[in-house]
Design a binder for this molecule. Structure first.
Ligand SMILES: [Zn+2]
Length: 317
């Protein structure tokens, strides 16, 4: 028999927020994307505005399974505490079973500074709000939050090692498998791209990176490549300092570069996001189309893209 009991089967991408930061240069939410697989959803990055954007997209916490952090720049993680605190427990239709937060550890070559990786970021956030959390556990019959949030740090290959260019698995459950690869976002290390595969297809996220051969390898044959884009002309023409301009040039990708990566990967669709430097949609699309022949979307906050839709035929069900 065919299982048609659920109306929502398939794999969708929702670009919850598409702006780089930490600066507000327009109306779009900060960088965050949702991947919806059947009745569950996953997030890639937690930029400013993602909590409201997820809610407006109809995503409630009880359907949240895992979040993946590309790197620890604040514009990618600033709203992780807010998202967890706003989506926890039955009073808000939140999660009441464990969820996973996967992200980079601290830079192993960072010496004696003892900077925080994903584990400490999550633990510190829960500690910072421990008063609120304890009050609500007792007062609102919510489960202890710390028991439900499982942080884990990606075991990234060492810089310059033979494995540094190879994709590696970081997460799997009954719906998805997630692989990662190191990308080039100096001086940030580790900086990761993620690929999420399901029975329906795949979506690959560049994270923040200069034009990356590793990313093209990770994204080989992917259904959708979500790639960052920078408008260098904006920064060159506005009197930013040489150091700031050098960061934009060495650590991010102009849209024509995103198109080259999509072409090298054989990606079926290119979705541009994480826009740094304002420009109109036509600028982003035209530049990317100069190097990539496939369909190109200039993402906006809340836009939805279907990778595949059901219903799924389940043998024996
Ligand atoms: Zn970054």
């Amino acid at each position: 028999m065919t299982d048609t009991t659920s109306a929502q089967r398939g794999m969708d991408l929702i670009t919850l927020g598409v702006a780089a930061g930490p600066a507000i240069r327009g109306p779009e939410h900060g960088i965050a994307s949702a991947v919806v697989v059947d009745d569950a959803f996953y997030l890639v990055d937690f930029g400013i505005g993602c909590t409201r954007a997820a809610n407006e997209a109809g995503l409630r916490g009880h359907r949240f399974r895992a979040g993946f952090i590309t790197h620890l720049h604040s514009d990618h993680v600033i709203e992780l505490p807010g998202f967890l605190l706003w989506n926890w427990g039955r009073p808000v239709h939140g999660f009441s079973t464990p969820v996973h937060i996967v992200g980079p550890g601290p830079d192993p070559e960072d010496g004696t500074r003892h900077l925080a990786g994903t584990d400490r970021l999550v633990a510190s956030a829960l500690d910072a709000f421990s008063y609120d959390i304890a009050i609500r556990v007792g007062d609102e019959d919510r489960p202890p939050l710390a028991d439900l949030v499982r942080a884990s740090e990606v075991a990234a290959p060492a810089r310059g090692s033979a494995a540094a260019g190879e994709p590696f698995e970081v997460y799997a459950d009954e719906r998805i498998t997630v692989t990662a690869v190191l990308v080039d976002h100096p001086p940030v290390h580790p900086a990761l791209a993620y690929r999420i595969d399901s029975a329906y297809g795949s979506i690959t996220f560049s994270g923040d990176t200069a034009e990356s051969a590793n990313l093209a390898r990770l994204a080989e044959g992917t259904d959708v490549l979500v790639h960052e884009a920078v408008n260098l002309d904006f920064y060159r023409s506005r009197g930013f300092s040489p150091a700031f301009l050098a960061h934009q040039e060495n650590s991010h990708t102009p849209p024509a570069g995103a198109g080259r990566v999509a072409k090298a990967a054989g990606a079926r669709r290119l979705v541009l996001s994480h826009f740094a430097g304002p420009a109109d949609a036509e600028y982003w699309r035209t530049e990317a189309a100069s190097t990539y022949d496939g369909p190109i979307d200039v993402a906006t906050s809340g836009a939805r893209f279907s990778v595949a839709t059901g219903p799924v035929v389940r043998a024996g069900s």
